[in-house]
Design a protein around this ligand. Structure first.
Ligand code: AMP
Length: 116
């Protein structure tokens, strides 16, 4: 297991973040460098570094990422037009923070899924 990241400090409210949702399993906060009008990160409270590290024990928390994404998309007013959910893994996926997280992006057309 790799070291905790800045996201663990956000969960514990040891450093400031714009937290929009928190429960016993997950925390959601606005991305500090938003790539779309709505850009929220949804993360499990447990430190899971990457998608390679998930186990069956994590299924409840990781499923919660989706139900919270749906709720937040509605609150942001982006559910009808649509949005994108992204989980990056390791170097080729472009992962920067090694605490697994789901990006919720929306509020404008997001273009093609990948740069060609
Ligand atoms: P990824 O490239 O998938 O690992 O995405 C990491 C994301 O975390 C980036 O979009 C960053 O802008 C975001 N980020 C890094 N530090 C913070 C922070 N302190 N508060 C909010 N978002 C952050």
């Amino acid at each position: 297991m790799t070291e905790e990241t800045i996201f663990s400090k956000i969960i514990r409210k040891e450093i400031p973040a714009d937290i929009v949702y928190q429960d016993d399993l997950v925390t959601a906060f606005r991305d500090i460098n938003p790539r779309a009008p709505s850009h929220i990160l949804i993360i499990p409270n447990k430190h899971i570094p990457t998608a390679n590290d998930v186990t069956t024990e994590d299924e409840l928390a990781l499923g919660r990422l989706f139900t919270v994404a749906k709720k937040l998309a509605k609150e942001e007013g982006i559910d009808e037009n649509g949005y994108r959910l992204i989980v990056n893994c390791n170097a080729h996926g472009g992962q920067e923070v090694y605490h697994i997280h789901m990006h919720l992006l929306g509020g404008q057309p997001l273009g093609p899924m990948l740069l060609s």
